[in-house]
Ligand binder design. Structure first.
Ligand code: 5GP
Length: 191
């Protein structure tokens, strides 16, 4: 079926993007992850912590699939400038401070180098939680600079390309797109 709401190509500022993952595919995957979390955390009451800004749509859609009792919080960090991870992680909205003995599930839009997540995990462990897992919509496995054992729930593994849409931005734009797009690479000129 042709999804008329989906555009195959979009332009944001100086960059052209092409479709990578359509919204109905994201929704299907999110539903499956939700079912898995409902089973894994049956009779527990985890705290979901969304990492802003990028996770806001995924967090909302995922939580609609969660049927067990749970609490919700947010944190905000920044490490990206343009299309490059700066590696310099800054916390701009603190974590909830009542995570002791709680089952924590961090919800991320994307794990690229993993530096942001490692920083947040270090801060979460300082509060002595009962357990910590990470749920990320996207993972770029070849970009990971540090292994992350808590990464149990992953929506899609993608290649090491810059993506926008469904919460992810390019210079602050594109977060409201329903689908996920990847930056088109310019073919090198032949000699
Ligand atoms: P990391 O610290 O893992 O390198 O980067 C994590 C954060 O950088 C993500 O939460 C996200 O905000 C941003 N990021 C990483 N890769 C991309 C990407 O391909 N597109 C966009 N828009 N943001 C990204």
């Amino acid at each position: 079926m042709v999804n008329l709401a989906t555009m195959n190509k979009i332009q944001i500022e100086d960059k052209e993007f092409e479709i990578l993952i359509q919204n109905d595919n994201i929704a299907r995957r999110t539903r499956l992850i939700g079912i898995q979390i409902n089973v894994d955390y049956e009779n527990r009451c985890p705290v979901f912590i969304g990492v802003l800004n990028g996770s806001f749509l995924f967090m909302a859609d995922l939580l609609k699939e969660i049927t067990i009792s749970c609490e919700i919080g947010f944190t905000k960090v920044s490490s990206y400038q343009g299309t490059e991870s700066s590696g310099n992680v800054k916390e701009t909205l603190s974590l909830p401070d009542d995570l002791q003995d709680r089952d924590v599930i961090l919800v991320e839009d994307i794990v690229d180098t993993g530096l942001t997540l490692s920083h947040i995990l270090t801060e979460v462990y300082k509060q002595n939680p009962a357990s910590v897992k990470v749920c990320s919509l996207l993972l770029k496995p070849t970009a990971l600079k540090t292994p992350i054992k808590e990464l149990d729930y992953i929506g899609f593994e993608i290649t090491n390309e810059f993506v926008v849409g469904y919460g992810l931005d390019y210079n602050g734009l594109g977060r409201n797109l329903k689908d996920i797009y990847r930056a088109k690479t310019v073919a090198p000129l032949l000699p």
